[in-house]
Design a protein around this ligand. Structure first.
Ligand code: K7E
Ligand code: CUA
Length: 622
């Protein structure tokens, strides 16, 4: 293995320069090459054809705006779920429903997928995610693996610090990475400290109506909120989030936001905040209920932490939260119990922006500093409560005991892991068995595809001494992932008939083309291997409109057979959508181009798929 020092990250370059003198990077090069190198390793990841994987892995697609589904342990990629970006394969972002969901945006930056939980355990029903790029939140239905709702989160810019759900999915919290003036109106950067805010949104999910809602927001100081986690068991009413740039720098952040020796973890009691809102202790800001901690006191505290922290993770037993300082080579274990006592006894060392600061010594349990481990970012847990922390700079995973701070094991990864994910890792009862390192750099790992390489995911067997047994490339960018037992997810085979859907047509004889002025509504059917738009017409598979008409094509797939999906594309009209078995979907557009345009099924559905086409005729304006 080559010696490798990650100098690509601007954020960390200064730190590397400062620490290079004592960093022993050669320790990695002495370690055996971390690859699967014998038959028994290969057998562990081999899932023979016909057999299925034990776990689903939901990997964030970062700035692809999508989510990727893998099977574990085979690490076979199964599917892409488009969430915040359009996807021409499925027509996501082209059909009416998804176009509306996208809200006019064409990309997203999805960092942290979060499965819904019941009693602190993944329940396999829903998946949540947020978009750092365009400040949105989304929910994916795991019966169909499709995005069901997206909301724009006002007053915020870049909800990176999310989504992490509370024990029974009461809330997910969306604190933002970037501070902006409320409503993102123009304010001078010289007025940053007085006019800018970092806002935390508490989002609820209405399962019955499949709707996300913003319950309330908190106008926090103008700092960057980075990662959060919800409490568990005895700490279940609480949540924690890391924050950096408490220096309130407005330029050259990489230097100026790293000056203070300490930043903070924000510790808050969401039940108390909800009660404040119920009691009317908030102000209305751009339609949102906003708590201002300097005026509406209580429920929020600051815990000092080593400078520029990144991840914060609550242990499965809910007793501790562990912060990782990306610029300090240490993990800090804090005790919830100690924090509650410190709150009760008002053991404060001061306050900032009206938020009391708890005394560091009153809350800190221990500082953990594994030898030569650099750049700790995120921590996961196994079935015995042991912690696994990714080391971005020294490119390794360190296993350690939160109760003693003792280092137990370490394994080099290729290279620069951000997060890692363990099986059922964010629940009150992780499975152990597997850990996957989500690496930022994969050079040397796969066939070269030019100057830029994919990211990588390395599967690590953690049942004994940690060992990498598989490595797969992954598209940008796996920030975080969650791994859930496969049998918890119950997908449907076909969409059931929906008698209340006015756009659905289930019988060929009911197909019709309805004209109202310059609006044309097509109620059509897709079936193996033809389209029927109007059964009684001379050519049932042809749609004819006038130039300038506003066209709605409602299409129902009446093949109630698992996996018989049809597509619907109009040549040169830049339009494509899919209809899954039993599904009705609508495409809306203006027929502004006159001419003759073939329409066809894009999803290979039968031996006569190539015959599944027709014409879209647009009569020119006189
Ligand atoms: Cu560390 Cu966005 Cu969770 Cu990437 S974040 S690594
Ligand atoms: Cu329907 Cu191809």
């Amino acid at each position: 293995m080559k010696k490798w020092i990650p100098i690509a990250s601007g954020l960390l370059a200064g730190f590397i320069a400062a620490t290079i003198s004592f960093a022993d990077f050669s320790s990695n090069s002495k370690t055996e090459t971390a690859s699967a190198n014998n038959k028994s390793d290969a057998e562990k990841v081999y899932v023979p054809f016909g057999k299925k994987d034990d776990y689903y892995l939901f990997a964030s697609g970062g700035h692809s705006g999508q989510m990727f589904i893998y099977g574990v342990p085979s690490m076979r990629k199964i599917r892409t779920i488009p969430v915040f970006s359009p996807d021409s394969a499925t027509g996501y972002g082209f059909d009416e429903h998804s176009k509306k969901l996208m809200g006019g945006y064409t990309w997203g930056d999805l960092h942290h997928p979060a499965l819904s939980e019941t009693k602190g355990d993944y329940d396999g029903k829903w998946m949540f995610a947020t978009d750092v790029g365009n400040s949105r939140a989304a929910v994916v239905d795991l019966k169909t693996f499709t995005t069901k709702d997206i909301i724009k989160v006002p007053n915020t810019a870049g909800p990176h610090c999310a989504a992490f759900v509370t024990e029974n999915t009461e809330y997910m919290f969306l604190p933002t990475r970037f501070a902006v003036p409320l409503g993102q109106k123009y304010e001078k950067l010289d007025d940053y400290s007085s006019k800018y805010r970092g806002v935390m949104s508490a989002v609820t999910f209405d399962e019955k109506n499949v709707k996300l809602n913003i319950a309330y927001q908190v106008a926090l100081p103008p700092w960057s909120y980075d990662l959060s986690d919800a409490g568990k068991k005895s700490s279940k009413d609480w949540a924690v989030m890391t924050t950096y740039n408490t220096e309130e720098a407005t330029t050259t952040m990489e230097v100026k936001a790293s000056q203070a020796d300490r930043d903070y973890i924000v510790l808050f009691n969401w039940k108390e905040l909800a009660k404040m809102v119920k009691d009317g202790q908030y102000e209305e800001v751009n339609g949102q209920k906003m708590i201002f901690p300097e005026k509406q006191k209580g429920g929020i505290y600051l815990v000092p932490v080593a400078k520029s922290p990144h991840g914060v993770d609550v242990t499965p037993d809910g007793k501790y939260f562990i912060a990782s300082g990306k610029l300090a080579p240490a993990m800090t274990v804090f005790s919830f119990e100690k924090a509650f006592k410190a709150v009760q006894n008002k053991e404060f060392s001061g306050e900032r922006n009206g938020i009391p600061i708890l005394k560091y010594e009153s809350v800190m349990e221990r500082e953990v500093n594994p030898e030569n481990a650099l750049g700790p970012l995120h921590t996961q847990f196994d079935d015995k409560g042991m912690a696994y922390t990714t080391m971005f700079i020294s490119s390794e995973i360190v296993k350690w005991d939160p109760k003693t701070g003792k280092t137990l094991d370490r394994v080099p990864v290729q290279y620069s892991p951000g997060h890692s994910v363990s099986a059922e890792g964010d629940t009150v009862a992780p499975d152990g068995k597997w850990l996957i390192a989500l690496n930022k750099i994969a050079k040397d790992s796969y066939l070269s595809v030019g100057p830029s390489h994919p990211e990588s995911m390395q599967l690590i067997d953690i049942s004994g001494k940690m060992k990498i047994i598989q490595s797969v490339p992954v598209d940008p960018e796996p920030h975080y992932a969650q791994m859930i037992k496969a049998d918890k997810i119950k997908t449907i085979e076909v969409y059931p008939k929906d008698p209340n859907n006015k756009d659905a047509v289930y019988n060929q004889k009911d197909t019709k083309i309805v004209r109202k002025g310059n609006e044309v509504h097509v109620y059509g059917i897709a079936m193996r291997s033809r389209f029927v738009f109007e059964a009684k017409a001379k050519r049932p598979d042809v749609i004819e409109v006038n130039q300038g008409d506003h066209v709605f094509i409602h299409l129902t797939n009446i093949d109630f057979d698992e996996d018989i999906t049809h597509g619907f594309a109009i040549n040169d009209y830049d339009l494509n959508m899919e209809v899954q078995p039993g599904q009705t979907n609508t495409m809306e557009f203006t027929a502004d181009k006159a001419g003759t345009f073939p329409l066809y099924c894009t999803n290979f559905c039968s031996a006569l798929h190539q015959e599944m086409n027709g014409y879209f005729l647009v009569k020119p304006k006189q």
